[in-house]
Write a protein that binds this ligand. Structure first.
Ligand SMILES: Cc1cc2nc3c(=O)[nH]c(=O)nc-3n(C[C@H](O)[C@H](O)[C@H](O)COP(=O)(O)OP(=O)(O)OC[C@H]3O[C@@H](n4cnc5c(N)ncnc54)[C@H](O)[C@@H]3O)c2cc1C
Length: 727
């Protein structure tokens, strides 16, 4: 991200009133920069020749507002910031000789990148959008952290009293340009004057017009440090104001409290009203640069009204301080598209899924017909942000809904392990691998399985995996045994992603010995040995969990995903979203179990009372509700972290959610079973099957104990970092 003065995205002819003497400029620049002038439509100009391009910034022509357009100050600050590595374009020269082009000007590096004129950041994905907003806030905080004295700007500003000066300057500027009486502006000015913060002593560098469209973002990337630092902030898309404040405070290393927030909101609106009035006045004088300057006159009064509203907001806010972000339901709002899809999924479940479930209590396999209906309704592959356009947070709400019935995810082509495998292929697959496997998976034409766990080694430590990988000419040869390969028994399962190992005997290579390889299920040497049961049941709804032998299985070298030794990297990418989907489904399942519990407690009588009238049962109901809400918030928080910071940044939240969801769902279903008495363990209600499923959650995708150890490790690391940051 680079903080720069504004430039138009498109080069347009120089406006008549902005034209200057190009020959003079060329003469002046010869020996300094060789540049050819190509005008732009505002006081910032692109200079280009065969060697490169530069940017010229000058004062606008005509009578100017008091203390506005001080390009000499801009240049000086930019120089100071550039010296300390702050992301501004390199300032190159300043010309005070007004005879050259009519005003003072300076020239700086031309930075290439993305400028978003539309603050909704069209073209950026939901994840990227949130990250870009957060990056902007981080840069702002970084600017405010600059030590003015240390960068040589001591004495530059006027020191303490910033708020008082701001109110007075903007009042004067507004009055100098006002074309009619607007009482709201006067009232706002009076309120600000009479309500200045008592402690108005802080001095920092202030960018007078810090907005997203005054920033240049990297052409393609979001800064790596931004993605990582989002882990704690967990902003959504676009991030909520409280989130941005929390991130700002953290980056400035100040307590998460913003005193007199209402004053600053009102001041911002007042300044905007003043700016709008200034632009309109320049339009009346005929030297406005904005093409729609004539419209600004109409926005002055509404802006002042907004400022007056701002007075009534809380006197101070504590982003992430007075209340944890997770407690604010706005943090987990879906995008409009996400809400629309959730509604559609709910309606689909009501019309096509729940009625089918009653035919054969949660056991009816997903019918092709219902799957086709879901697909026709556009409810297909919703789990994959790149395909569905939904964020993880959007999909988390949908996964909760589909979690209420065992076979529902399959109807929407959102069933594990295919979802994780599709994610792997989408993120890491070659074009050929995508064409051959991802596309038919996305169309729902084939199924897949994921072969990581092995019978002979403790697989919760993935470095133990033994299944071997050996190169032989233009082929890989795989030998080993896997088990718990879910879905492998389905007749539609056509491909396995197999975690294999190329042993190096060097302990430093432990995490670089494993690779993931695509193995078509019909390859010679792949043998399904036996299906495994879960609590004695075959659990065959998605094709069963199989033990598989790989005996001299040969595949082309091009079947490796990402490259040799990249298995762990892929596993990290795969497991984040997959775990999130499991957990949100567990929340939906727990909701369903609580529903059944309450129905039973309300209709069954023992010892002269309805079950719920026994206090112990009433308390169970309350405890289940609390546990579900807690887990949902934790899970949605993990979804937001994933959206904003990616899998690496969301690791701790994902691990916490994974442990909490399995435990919570087991507890809720167990209580529902208890309330049902013997019926609870029968097939008349889906609770026994629900229990079997949620109990496996505490083992599958890594047992609770392993996650607890890694949460503790990350927590200790974070705590120690905080301590060292304070020192
Ligand atoms: C229903 C179901 C579906 C599955 N689907 C798949 C699939 O599709 N593909 C696949 O590859 N695998 C699958 N698995 C396997 C699952 O991922 C593994 O069972 C899991 O990773 C644990 O490995 P393990 O069974 O070898 O347990 P082990 O590694 O032998 O661990 C046994 C126990 O040791 C304890 N333990 C382990 N490490 C620690 C520690 N650091 N601290 C304290 N205690 C510890 C834990 O209590 C753990 O439960 C599935 C499992 C189930 C139940």
């Amino acid at each position: 991200i680079k903080v720069v003065v504004k430039m138009e995205d498109e080069i347009t002819p120089v406006r008549e009133q902005h034209k200057f003497n190009v020959a003079n400029l060329q003469r002046y620049l010869s020996g300094k920069i060789r540049a050819i002038s190509r005008g732009q439509s505002n006081p910032t100009f692109l200079l280009r020749n065969h060697r490169g391009s530069w940017v010229l910034r000058k004062k606008p022509p005509g009578d100017l507002l008091l203390r506005a357009h001080q390009v000499d100050r801009e240049f000086r600050v930019q120089e100071a910031l550039f010296r300390i590595g702050f992301p501004v374009p390199e300032p190159l020269l300043y010309c005070t000789d007004v005879s050259v082009i009519g005003t003072e000007f300076y020239i700086m590096e031309h930075v290439q990148g993305r400028i978003f004129r539309d603050l909704r950041l069209p073209g950026a994905s939901a994840t990227e959008r949130a990250a870009l907003y957060v990056a902007a806030i981080e840069v702002l905080a970084k600017l405010h952290r600059v030590d003015v004295t240390a960068v040589g700007l001591d004495g530059f500003g006027k020191g303490p009293g910033y708020c008082r000066r701001q109110v007075s300057t903007w009042t004067k500027q507004y009055k100098a340009t006002a074309h009619r009486d607007i009482p709201a502006v006067d009232r706002l000015s009076d309120w600000l004057t009479n309500n200045l913060p008592a402690d108005d002593t802080e001095t920092t560098l202030v960018h007078g017009d810090f907005r997203v469209d005054n920033l240049i973002f990297h052409p393609t990337e979001v800064p790596a440090e931004t993605r990582v630092s989002l882990a704690d902030g967990c902003a959504s898309s676009p991030p909520a104001p409280d989130d941005l404040l929390a991130i700002y405070c953290r980056c400035r290393r100040i307590p998460p409290v913003v005193p007199r927030w209402n004053f600053f909101l009102a001041l911002s609106a007042f300044k905007l009203a003043g700016i709008a009035q200034g632009i309109y006045a320049r339009h009346l004088l005929g030297n406005a640069s904005a093409p729609d300057a004539h419209k600004f006159g109409d926005s002055v009064e509404p802006l002042a009204e907004v400022g007056l509203q701002g007075r009534f907001l809380g006197d101070s806010v504590k982003p992430g301080g007075s209340r944890p972000p997770a407690a604010d339901p706005r943090l987990f709002q879906q995008t409009p598209k996400g809400r629309e899809m959730l509604q559609k999924v709910r309606e689909f479940m009501r019309l096509h899924v729940f009625p089918a479930e009653q035919v054969s209590v949660c056991r009816e396999p997903a019918s092709t017909l219902r799957g086709a209906k879901a697909r026709a309704a556009g409810l297909w592959n919703l789990f994959l942000p790149a395909v569905s356009g939904l964020s993880q947070l959007d999909y988390a709400h949908i996964a909760e809904e589909t979690g209420r019935c065992f076979f529902a995810p399959e109807l929407f082509n959102c069933q594990a392990p295919d979802t994780g495998n599709m994610e792997v292929l989408h993120m890491f697959g070659s074009e050929e691998q995508k064409r051959r496997w991802l596309e038919p998976l996305l169309r729902g034409e084939i199924r897949s399985c994921f072969c990581m766990t092995e019978p002979d080694v403790a697989s919760s430590d993935a470095t133990n995996m033994e299944c071997s990988l050996r190169k032989d000419g233009d082929q890989y040869v795989i030998n080993g045994k896997k088990w718990w390969s879910s879905g492998a028994g389905s007749p539609h399962c056509k491909v396995a992603i197999v975690m294999c190992r190329n042993k190096s005997h060097d302990p430093t290579y432990r995490h670089r010995e494993h690779s993931m390889v695509l193995v078509p299920m019909d390859t010679a040497g792949v043998e399904l040995i036996r299906p495994l049961t879960v609590f004695g049941e075959d659990d065959a709804i998605h094709g069963g969990h199989f033990e598989i032998r790989f005996d001299d299985v040969r595949v082309p070298l091009s079947n490796i995903i990402l490259g040799e030794g990249r298995g762990f990297e892929i596993a990290q990418g795969r497991l984040g979203p997959g775990r999130l989907h499991h957990c949100m489904r567990a929340v939906g399942l727990a909701e369903r179990a609580l529903e059944l519990l309450c129905q039973r407690a309300a209709e069954r009588r023992t010892f002269g009372k309805k079950l719920y009238q026994h206090e112990v049962i009433a308390h169970w109901i309350a405890e289940c509700r609390i546990a579900i809400e807690e887990t949902r918030l934790l899970t949605l928080q993990a979804a937001r972290c994933l959206d904003v910071g990616g899998g690496k940044a969301a690791r701790k939240q994902i691990a916490m959610m994974k442990v909490a969801a399995g435990r919570m769902a087991c507890e809720v279903v167990d209580r529902a079973i208890q309330v049902h008495g013997a019926a609870g363990v029968s097939d008349d209600v889906p609770l026994a099957r629900m229990y079997a499923y949620v109990r496996t959650l505490r083992i599958a995708d890594g047992p609770d104990e392993v996650h607890l150890s890694s949460i503790a490790g990350m927590e200790l690391r974070d705590q120690l970092r905080r301590v060292s940051a304070r020192l």
